[in-house]
Design a protein around this ligand. Structure first.
Ligand SMILES: C[S@@+](CC[C@H](N)C(=O)[O-])C[C@H]1O[C@@H](n2cnc3c(N)ncnc32)[C@H](O)[C@@H]1O
Length: 267
């Protein structure tokens, strides 16, 4: 597996508007896989399955054994007549790497599934704080190199709305020695092999930046995030989440209070 093979597969399957990685970005993932040789890899955000099929081929070439991909949607948004991840079935050559394609699931479901991974790729909900929360869920199931690669660092510049700022907020709050962007600048890796206190500091500083949700988080997702923060990070991270949710999510407890007189007196 090299950049030429990536380019050939990409040229055949890539379609405008499908949100897939570019050849250069896939090359960035290839370098990470070749250097660290993860045996088990998980992706959050399957879509057509183009990135997943390429990553599976990279794993096949570098000692990988297992590829799991999650997507909240069962139908592919770019062509609802296709099921999510259909290209994983169409692009062959990596059959030695076992595959699980999980739909109706996001990073919040990782823990209950019980599998552990060495590397991850996140290309899902880009609205802040989702890329951060996805990384924190992943931190619970990652071992070994504990590298999380995030797509769309530059989405906030390209889109018309400020919604896709999540990867950028995450990147900016990560310590310099723990992050590296590349592949044309739109993709980065985050090294989660940091101490719990360092991860907590990253989480708190990112949580306090304005959230860019398009719709309220929903009680189930909020409670899942709260439970994860409670079980895996120091208590002040959950407090920061609750304070930020009350400020930036109109469905969160306390939102009305913060918008009212109390909020104006104590912003
Ligand atoms: C930009 S596309 C992924 C593109 C794909 N990685 C590629 O390069 O071919 C984003 C996908 O993430 C899914 N998604 C959105 N929010 C999600 C979440 N919270 N968890 C998992 N998947 C999510 C969407 O349904 C969509 O299929």
């Amino acid at each position: 597996m090299d950049r030429e093979s990536i380019a050939a597969i990409h040229a055949h399957h890539w379609r405008k508007g499908w949100g897939s990685v570019t050849v250069e970005e896939a090359g960035f993932i290839l370098d990470a896989v070749a250097a660290r040789r993860p045996r088990r890899f998980v992706e959050i955000g399957t879509a057509s399955g183009l990135s997943g099929a390429l990553i599976r081929l990279m794993l096949a070439a570098h000692g990988g054994e297992r590829f799991v991909t999650h997507d909240v949607s069962a139908r592919f948004f770019g062509d609802p007549s296709r099921e999510t991840g259909f290209l994983l079935g169409e692009i062959g050559g990596a059959e030695r790497v076992s595959l699980a394609r999980l739909v109706g699931r996001g990073a919040a479901d990782l823990m209950s599934h019980g599998e552990r991974f060495e590397m991850a790729f996140v290309d899902a909900n880009h609205r802040h704080p989702w890329p951060l929360l996805d990384s924190l869920y992943l931190a619970e199931v990652l071992e070994g190199s504990r590298i999380v690669i995030h797509h769309d660092l530059l989405l906030h510049r390209r889109g018309r709305e400020p919604s896709g700022i999540g990867p950028k907020h995450l990147f900016d709050q990560a310590p310099e020695g723990r992050r590296r962007a590349g592949g044309g600048g739109n993709i980065f890796m985050l090294d989660l092999s940091m101490k719990r206190a360092e991860l907590a500091a990253l989480a708190v500083s990112a949580l306090h930046l304005p959230w860019s949700l398009d719709r309220p988080m929903g009680a189930e997702a909020r409670e899942a995030a709260r439970a994860m923060l409670k079980r895996s990070l120091p208590g002040h991270v959950l407090s920061a989440f609750d304070r930020a949710a009350a400020k930036f999510d109109r469905a969160a407890p306390g939102w009305g209070v913060r918008r009212g007189l109390l909020g104006r007196l104590f912003p």
